[in-house]
Design a protein around this ligand. Structure first.
Ligand code: GAR
Length: 190
């Protein structure tokens, strides 16, 4: 049976699209069963509509607490039977509520060679630091921000000072690396 993915995203959703497209093409033996988006109006929501992926879109502020928001997310993931949760530009730290329910089955993609440059501004910080070797990391999510066990990394060289260019190069690598890594994990789970 095809595995079911949930993708969590807050913004543009190019990684969401890369994953959904790989599912549609059969490059991934899986389907995106749910998009979770914490920013109503984010462009990723329209991408999900185009792919016919059901979404749960809500601001955690509209719930009593982040825990209540995550409980609702868990309820929706349990309802469709999610095998793997892929954070893809989800700019929010997940709490113990979600980790207790789905720990070990949540992965994230991050635009640096972890453990260097954690957090929301990794590329800008790396450029500011003047690094010459950049990279992308896919890792398991645990209670430490960008701190879980590393699953895959890919490096690239860049000797300039334009964060936009690093983002452009990095995102191409992200789309390929995330799909390859998800494929590998799903095959291991069989
Ligand atoms: C990606 O580059 C991802 O690595 C980054 O957000 C971007 C989302 O792009 N995530 C982080 O910085 C997490 N700390 P997308 O919405 O086009 O997929």
């Amino acid at each position: 049976m095809k595995k079911r993915l949930a993708v969590f995203a807050s913004g543009s959703g190019t990684n969401f699209e890369a994953i959904a497209q790989a599912c549609a093409d059969g490059r991934l033996d899986a389907g995106v069963a749910l998009l979770v988006c914490d920013r109503p109006g984010a462009p990723v929501v329209a991408r999900a509509e185009r792919f016919g992926v059901p979404s749960f879109v809500a601001s955690p502020k509209s719930f009593g607490s982040k825990a209540d928001f995550e409980r609702e997310v868990i309820r929706r993931m349990d309802a469709v039977g999610i095998d793997l949760v892929c954070l893809a530009g989800y700019m929010r730290i997940v709490s113990d509520v979600l980790l207790d329910a789905y720990g070990g089955r949540i992965i994230n993609i991050h635009p640096s060679l972890l453990p260097a440059f954690r957090g929301a501004h990794a590329v800008e910080q790396a450029v500011e630091y003047g690094v010459k070797v950049y990279g992308i990391t896919v890792h398991y999510v645990d209670a430490v921000l960008d701190g879980g066990r590393i699953i895959a990394q890919r490096a690239f060289e860049y000797d300039g000072d334009d964060p936009e260019e690093v983002h452009r190069i990095g995102q191409k690598i992200e789309h390929a690396l995330y799909v390859e890594t998800i494929d590998k994990l799903l095959k291991e789970k069989k």
